[in-house]
Design a protein around this ligand. Structure first.
Ligand SMILES: CC(C)(COP(=O)(O)OP(=O)(O)OC[C@H]1O[C@@H](n2cnc3c(N)ncnc32)[C@H](O)[C@@H]1OP(=O)(O)O)[C@@H](O)C(=O)NCCC(=O)NCCS
Length: 209
């Protein structure tokens, strides 16, 4: 994927929002706003099955915790080789959870300010950072957005003084495992029955920052 950041500044704490463009889609990266909460929770419901997705209370607790990092990516302008292609025409891929209308999210993605994905992490100054969730709506997957949010989040964690970062992911989540491996994460150990409601193990993954 050829990244073309449009507005990148070199200061420690880059001023958001900034724009990021793939061949087909432009994303605008920014910090979380309270008004985003309902949509972020819906996206989390869309991305993960019941029991693995967060409750509103859990997600809210993570986002509002001290030293939380929550970055949000909005859809910008859309382009395709055939001309403009509304996001509503893009095919949703895997990961749909029947609890939330995926079509509705994809429809409204045609709105230039619609959220395409987000990431939540925690930083403990001088220690380890932890990625709590990374959620990309189906219409925005395989466009480099997950990688972009991870890169920016890791940069923030380094700025907070973290020298290592950890995350957990289900052992059967192949897209996530491939993404994290590509970004340099290694499996550190298996966490048996981590997702107890699904009798599913997780991998603890990590890397130095
Ligand atoms: C996993 C997820 C975050 C990936 O986001 P994304 O924006 O599609 O990822 P990227 O486009 O940056 O992909 C980077 C690389 O990851 C790997 N990857 C991502 N999705 C993949 C898939 N479905 N199958 C195989 N490899 C995949 C590829 O190596 C890809 O590079 P490539 O497109 O050049 O081959 C996204 O699919 C998602 O939100 N899934 C549901 C929620 C989830 O599982 N979150 C992570 C759990 S902790």
């Amino acid at each position: 994927m050829d990244y073309k950041p449009l507005l990148v500044r070199e200061e420690h704490l880059r001023v958001l929002p900034w724009k990021f463009q793939t061949a087909d889609v432009q994303f605008n990266l920014r910090d979380y706003r309270a008004a985003d909460f309902e949509r972020l929770w819906q996206i989390d419901q869309l991305c993960f099955p019941q029991g693995i997705s967060y409750t509103q209370m859990e997600l809210s607790g993570f986002i509002t915790r001290r030293n939380a990092i929550t970055l949000v990516a909005d859809f910008g302008e859309l382009h395709s080789e055939q001309g403009n292609l509304p996001v509503s025409r893009l095919q949703p891929s895997d990961g749909l959870n029947s609890g939330v209308a995926g079509a509705e999210l994809c429809e409204s993605a045609a709105d230039s300010q619609t959220i395409a994905g987000f990431i939540v992490a925690h930083a403990v100054r001088g220690k380890a950072g932890r990625i709590l969730t990374l959620d990309i709506v189906p219409a925005a997957r395989r466009l480099g957005l997950g990688s972009l949010l991870m890169d920016e989040c890791e940069r923030r964690l380094r700025w907070f003084g973290c020298n290592e970062v950890y995350l957990e992911t289900a052992v059967n989540n192949q897209p996530a495992l491939r993404l994290y491996r590509k970004l340099g994460y290694r499996i550190l150990r298996t966490l048996p029955d981590y997702y107890a409601t699904h009798s599913l193990d997780a991998f603890l993954m990590g890397k130095p920052l």
